[in-house]
Design a protein around this ligand. Structure first.
Ligand code: GLC
Length: 818
């Protein structure tokens, strides 16, 4: 009877939770598994260094202390663990200060300095407790469980945790809809989701990592499983959070907080951060499907320069190729690509080209021939080729999970690099196949020697493609920083490239979706992200396009892109006043470039996200005015985009502290709401008091002119705030040898004085001589300003009542500004 109930529950559970996926891919996955098995009471324990093994007589669980704050859990249903290999986590063990193991009456305890993992003897429930306040951060609601998969072998694996009544959830990477994941369920299966909608799932990327915030404390779970996986955040049962997968191992990392920022930074220690991009990649990029022939490309480039609208990169989408054959050129449209790329480069434009995974089946095509001869293409279970239709027609697909194939593919870029291509855009790598959606499940993959079917490799295919591109370019460009973009990916993809959110739509709703999507990617370990500005399909009206440019100014990756059947979509396409406003914001992007570059460094070196949702700033205060459409860009600039058509004003919530209105310099107090006027040329921006925001002079492209003076905007504050400015060569990996300059500023105001202190570290010396200080918000009674103990006596007030002075780098003399 009991067993029958269990069976019925299973059926209900599967049907309710999995309903939307029934039609996807191979129907064999829809075969209902029979019975779930649960861990039973712990019977034995063994230890080996930082690993602890618990067995119930048959199944085994490994608990491994990864660091003081990270603990990994693995399940082997019949006592034998799978090979320990992960594309996401290259190195598991980190530094551990100390840990201890104890057996207590009803449980075992593994404790580090900060967290204790308990395993209950009678029901095998695993929990994680904060050592400081003994708060239980995460706790099993049922023991880990599994079902045998008769068709493919292995198991469907499940974990179910308790979910606090007020608990909220964030992360999970590429999801659309509200920031808070509570009350929803999701699945991860990389999907070409053309024109996706609010709440549509799954999308292009898989990041099985979430952050739970319960009673003001945060923790993270990273379920490192590449199979189709599922997450339920209190939807099926309000008191439970579950995650499960169609195969592989039940393996997850518990990541301790207690702050969301701690969790995200620790997740990046596992999966890596984004390498420093070439500085030009932070400029404005112009793309379209497609700019051709050469004359059109030139016309677009001239369009920017003649209108003085900065731009660093122009993209060639698939039509530059000969019949969509990757690594070839359509010579009637581009008779001499090398000359064209050189001419564009002389005018300050980098050329970025599209490369897809589908290789046309054509015996006269060298890439196909090489791939075929060397057996580099994916095969079905009975050894027939994996064939499917994409842009070029019938295609075969390299197995990017094979290291030899990755190496080959990386070298295919040689000719493109030789003729001056500066960046590569990898698309359709979910992988997307017309008609069927993607590969059938039975396709075989090398998986770096840990072989598997497409069920296991699907979600990493795109990541391994961009990895091969990144590594290939790095080698071919002789260690210059490659620039790569990918559509699909898996956790850890940030080590190899940036992403855009795929084929969005020119609607106001999509502006909202994209805003949240980029923030969510940012707190899920993928910082370098942007949307197709203006919307890929459909037609934006001029207002929508301008609002999108404004938001895009504060997207880490700033690129306008559109489908070929839409009207032209350049910053000047809509005439005045739009062109001028678009120019002002693109110029702002270039003014703020040293700030963004420094924020990127903060991400690369220290794991901070670039975009930080408000909840990350005030996780303890979420219910008070939480607005998911606001975020900070770095930690100093608060961005409140205008996302409603015709909005004459919008309410903004300012977090704790004092904030300067970026445009008017008005000082506003945080933890409160304000109504801010939003005429078309105005997107509300605020700067945290105490910040030093560096600015470069506006240039038409990165490196157009030598910087001979850096503007430092100092926002007066009565509490001490630290800021920094990172600079280096901008396109090499010399920063790995400490060849960079990290200049720190600490700003402290009192009733009568302002003190600025500066320190510099690193081995790089910038070329410019002058800093132009601009002190914003200086109270009238302040009569003493010192910079590194030198009192400033000569200064001027500008039209906004900002005090200005110049000084040279060493402060041996003070120059007067007038
Ligand atoms: C896909 C991409 C899009 C690109 C198009 C043609 O739809 O997502 O960005 O323009 O393919 O290559």
């Amino acid at each position: 009877m009991e067993e029958n109930k269990e069976l019925i529950n299973n059926i209900i559970t599967k049907e309710t939770v999995d309903a939307p996926i029934q039609h996807l891919n191979n129907p064999v996955t829809d075969i209902k598994p029979i019975v779930k098995k649960y861990l039973s009471p712990v019977q034995s324990v063994t230890t080996a260094g930082n690993k602890f093994f618990f067995a119930d007589g048959d199944a085994k669980v490994e608990i491994r202390v990864v660091s003081d704050e990270i603990i990994r859990v693995r399940l082997a249903p019949h006592g034998v663990f799978l090979d320990d290999f992960s594309y996401a986590v290259p190195v598991v063990d980190q530094k551990v200060t100390t840990f201890k193991f104890e057996e207590l009456q009803d449980h075992y305890a593994i404790s580090t300095n900060t967290v204790t993992c308990k395993v209950k003897k009678d029901d095998f429930h695993i929990s994680f407790t904060d050592n400081l306040n003994h708060k239980v951060m995460s706790e099993d609601a049922t023991p880990m469980h599994w079902e045998e998969n008769i068709e493919f072998g292995g198991y469907y694996v499940y974990a179910t945790k308790k979910c606090g009544a007020e608990e909220n959830f964030y992360g999970l990477g590429d999801k659309s809809g509200n920031m808070n994941l509570r009350g929803r369920h999701f699945q991860n299966w990389n999907t070409d989701a053309y024109s996706f909608g609010w709440d549509q799932d799954p999308l292009y990327r898989t990041i099985p990592f979430y952050v739970g915030v319960n009673e003001q404390a945060a923790y993270g779970i990273f379920f490192d499983n590449t199979f189709r996986s599922y997450f339920d955040f209190g939807r099926e049962d309000n008191s439970k959070t579950s995650f499960w997968a169609d195969g592989g191992e039940l393996q997850y990392y518990y990541i301790h907080g207690p702050h969301m920022m701690d969790v995200v930074k620790r997740y990046q220690t596992l999966t890596g951060t984004h390498p420093m991009p070439p500085k030009w990649a932070l400029g404005y990029h112009q793309c379209r499907w497609s700019y051709y022939p050469e004359k059109k490309v030139k016309e677009i480039a001239d369009g920017f320069r003649s209108r003085n609208i900065p731009c660093d990169a122009i993209y060639l989408d698939i039509d530059y190729m000969d019949g969509y054959r990757c690594f070839t050129w359509n010579k009637s449209h581009f008779p001499d690509p090398k000359r064209m790329i050189k001419e564009l480069a002389n005018d300050g434009f980098k050329t970025v080209v599209m490369i897809d995974p589908g290789i046309k089946v054509d015996d006269n095509y060298w890439v196909f021939k090489e791939g075929k001869e060397n057996n580099y293409f994916c095969r079905r279970s009975d050894d027939y080729f994996m064939e499917g239709h994409v842009w070029p027609g019938r295609c075969q697909f390299p197995d990017f999970t094979n290291p030899t194939v990755r190496e080959w593919w990386g070298n295919l870029y040689k000719e493109l690099v030789d003729i001056g291509v500066a960046g590569v855009w990898n698309d359709m790598n979910e992988p997307a196949v017309f008609g069927s959606g993607t590969f059938p499940n039975d396709v075989r993959h090398n998986y770096d020697g840990y072989r598997g079917s497409h069920r296991k490799a699907h979600n990493v295919y795109g990541m391994q493609m961009v990895r091969s591109t990144y590594d290939g370019l790095k080698k071919l460009m002789r260690n210059k920083r490659p620039f790569t973009i990918t559509r699909a990916g898996y956790s850890g993809m940030q080590r190899y490239g940036c992403v855009w959110t795929g084929d969005n739509v020119a609607t106001w709703e999509h502006l909202k979706i994209g805003n949240i999507q980029c923030q969510r990617m940012s707190v899920s370990g993928v910082p370098f992200c942007g949307t197709d500005i203006g919307g890929f399909s459909g037609e934006p009206d001029p207002e929508l396009f301008t609002r999108w440019i404004q938001l895009g100014t504060f997207s880490p990756f700033m690129r306008a892109h559109s489908a070929g059947d839409t009207a032209e979509r350049e910053p000047w396409s809509f005439g005045e006043p739009y062109t001028s406003i678009n120019r002002t914001y693109i110029e702002l992007r270039y003014r703020l470039l040293p700030y963004l570059y420094s924020v990127f460094w903060e991400h690369h070196r220290y794991g901070f996200p670039i975009l930080r949702p408000l909840v990350m700033l005030e996780q303890e205060n979420i219910s008070n005015g939480y607005r998911q459409d606001e975020f900070t860009f770095g930690d100093k600039i608060l961005v409140c985009p205008v996302l409603e058509q015709g909005a004459a004003s919008r309410m903004v919530y300012l977090p704790k502290g004092k904030w300067y209105n970026f445009w008017t310099h008005e000082i506003l107090t945080g933890e409160s709401e304000h109504s801010i006027a939003t005429p078309l040329d105005h997107m509300p921006l605020f700067v945290r008091a105490g910040s030093v925001i560096p600015e470069y002079p506006v240039m038409q492209y990165v490196g157009e002119k030598d910087v001979d003076e850096v503007l430092l905007n100092v926002y007066f504050s009565e509490y001490e705030v630290n800021s920094f400015l990172f600079e280096d060569h901008g396109d090499t990996f010399a920063y790995e040898q400490d060849i960079y300059s990290e200049k720190k500023f600490s700003v402290k105001g009192t009733q009568y004085a302002l003190t600025i202190e500066q320190t510099r570290s690193g081995l790089y010396t910038p070329n410019y001589e002058l800093y132009n200080y601009n002190i914003v918000g200086l109270p009238f009674n302040v009569n003493k300003i010192t910079v590194d103990d030198i009192e400033i006596t000569d200064y001027a007030l500008d039209e906004l009542n900002c005090l200005r002075f110049k000084s040279n780098k060493n402060f041996t003399t003070i120059k007067i500004y007038n």
